[in-house]
Design a binder for this molecule. Structure first.
Ligand SMILES: Cc1cc2nc3c(=O)[nH]c(=O)nc-3n(C[C@H](O)[C@H](O)[C@H](O)COP(=O)(O)OP(=O)(O)OC[C@H]3O[C@@H](n4cnc5c(N)ncnc54)[C@H](O)[C@@H]3O)c2cc1C
Length: 456
């Protein structure tokens, strides 16, 4: 196993459980991007920012719910220690799980010599590992803009997740999910945030119905968004970002930190890809429905194999590949890979959107239920957003469920379970959803698609 992220370490655990003699090579820290510099630390920071912002909001007298507080303060260095504590606990947890599964962990950088042999540079010297089957799980890295290299005030998400002071002025280049999640968090912690995005809208991968409530919230939080704008590089003095705005005007945005989040690229360099000459699929390693690469005995999983570059895709591939290596018959048969954008409000998608269903030539129905008609959302002061279901007209098979709303990430399980189980609109409408919860909106959206909504 090369790489100890959510792809590699999960594959190693499962292979070990199945009695396969397994070696995991990791150059940095167990848990990979996800646990150390990605999913977990970003969500910790988002939570801390949300807590702080809520207290500031209540303290400003703007909240109607009758709580009084004095001026709160944020100690970001302490926040980071708390976040590091969570990461540390999870690192130890992964290490313990690997040991329990009798996986041998080798710390160092792996490089293929040939399809069955890997050299590892470790602290105690070089090590040679021979294996019948190898799984590549090397992950991905942040894309660096050549005219805005990382260093000094230009940072990637990794450095943003380790800041010990809130920057006074933060410019975020790229309005994808990572840029927006972090931009919103820093705005809530008190930074003046500007987001620069080259395409005409934020979160270009989502439809505008879903992104509209996020755009509205950005305005409420005082975050300036420049769409159709291109970052050009630092100004001569180095303390501002030169940006060409949509109307062709070049402006200098003064910034204490410039966070570049323009995407991630598969980690295909430095580990001897040339020695084994695997087929590529654009910039990713080409894999089939069993995660096999073009060379017999070599599998690849996770971010290095394609989109969506998400931890749970890597984990699902990992579990399957471990079973294949142990001799089971498996192949990729998932109906959907849910995705969550932990912005404020959160966006959750699973399966086909109306646009995707239309593009596929499918006749479909949709039902949408707004949170402003949901009692629980009112009690949480979180009435923006909605749940939408997409179903095949012919048989009401649910093809997709999407939603946008504060704190709805946890509803993703209900979305993907329904799609994976092949639910029809009647199954969702006929399932008792506990009251009062935001999840009632899923059933209400299904009722609406069936033409008889109850609460709207
Ligand atoms: C800020 C941020 C937030 C994110 N938030 C989310 C989220 O909320 N939800 C979500 O699903 N995803 C999120 N992601 C994406 C998620 O982190 C990745 O999809 C996931 O980590 C991919 O797992 P992986 O196992 O493929 O690779 P990685 O986690 O990247 O792990 C690869 C590992 O391989 C090691 N490695 C590479 N080459 C070698 C070598 N030659 N020898 C030894 N070791 C090597 C690396 O050191 C690394 O530890 C986020 C990413 C970022 C950056």
């Amino acid at each position: 196993m090369i790489g100890g992220g959510p792809g590699g370490y999960v594959c190693a655990i499962r292979a070990g459980q199945l009695g396969v003699d397994t070696v995991l090579v990791e150059a940095k820290k167990l848990g990979g991007t996800c646990l150390n510099i990605g999913c977990i630390p970003s969500k910790a920071l988002i939570h801390a920012a949300e807590q702080f912002h809520n207290i500031v909001h209540i303290g400003s007298g703007a909240s109607p719910i009758g709580i009084l507080v004095n001026q709160p303060e944020l100690d970001l260095a302490k926040t980071m220690l708390w976040k590091d504590g969570i990461v540390g606990r999870l690192n130890n947890g992964v290490s313990g799980l690997l040991k329990r599964a009798e996986v041998k962990i080798v710390e160092g950088w792996a490089r293929f010599r040939d399809g069955k042999t890997v050299d590892v540079e470790t602290e105690i010297g070089p090590q040679l590992i021979r294996a019948e089957q190898v799984v590549i799980a090397t992950g991905s890295n942040a894309i660096e803009l050549p005219f805005l290299p990382f260093g000094g005030r230009v940072i990637s998400s990794t450095e943003a997740l380790a800041l010990t002071e809130v920057p006074g002025r933060l410019v975020v280049v790229g309005a994808g999910y990572i840029g927006l999640e972090l931009g919103i968090a820093f705005a809530k912690m008190g930074a003046a945030v500007t987001i620069v995005e080259a395409t005409p809208g934020i979160l270009p991968q989502y439809d505008t119905e879903l992104t509209k409530p996020v755009g509205q919230r950005l305005r409420e939080l005082g975050i300036e968004v420049m769409v159709g704008a291109t970052a050009k590089g630092l100004v001569a003095k180095g303390d501002a970002l030169s940006v060409e705005s949509a109307n062709g005007q070049v402006v200098a945005l003064a910034a204490d930190k410039i966070l570049v989040t323009v995407g991630r690229k598969p980690a295909t360099e430095g580990w001897g890809l040339d020695a084994i000459d695997l087929d590529m699929d654009d910039r990713f390693l080409r894999i089939d429905e069993q995660c096999r690469t073009s060379m017999r005995g070599i599998y690849a999983i996770g971010d290095v194999t394609g989109e969506p570059m998400l931890a749970h895709r890597a984990t699902a591939q990992a579990e399957m590949v471990a079973e294949l290596v142990a001799g089971a018959k498996r192949s990729w048969d998932k109906r959907c890979i849910p995705a969550i954008c932990f912005t404020d409000p959160e966006i959750v998608t699973a399966g086909l959107s109306p646009q995707a269903a239309k593009a596929a030539g499918i006749e479909f129905l949709t039902g949408q239920f707004p949170f402003r008609a949901n009692g629980r959302a009112m009690t949480l002061e979180q009435e923006d957003g909605f749940i939408r279901v997409v179903a095949r007209t012919e048989n009401h098979l649910v093809l997709g469920i999407q939603g946008v709303g504060a704190g709805i990430a946890e509803l993703s399980a209900a979305f993907s379970l329904a799609i994976e189980m092949g639910a029809r609109l009647e199954d969702i409408a006929g399932t008792i959803h506990a009251h009062p919860t935001q999840s009632e909106s899923i059933a209400e959206a299904a009722f609406r698609a069936l033409g008889h909504p109850l609460h709207i």
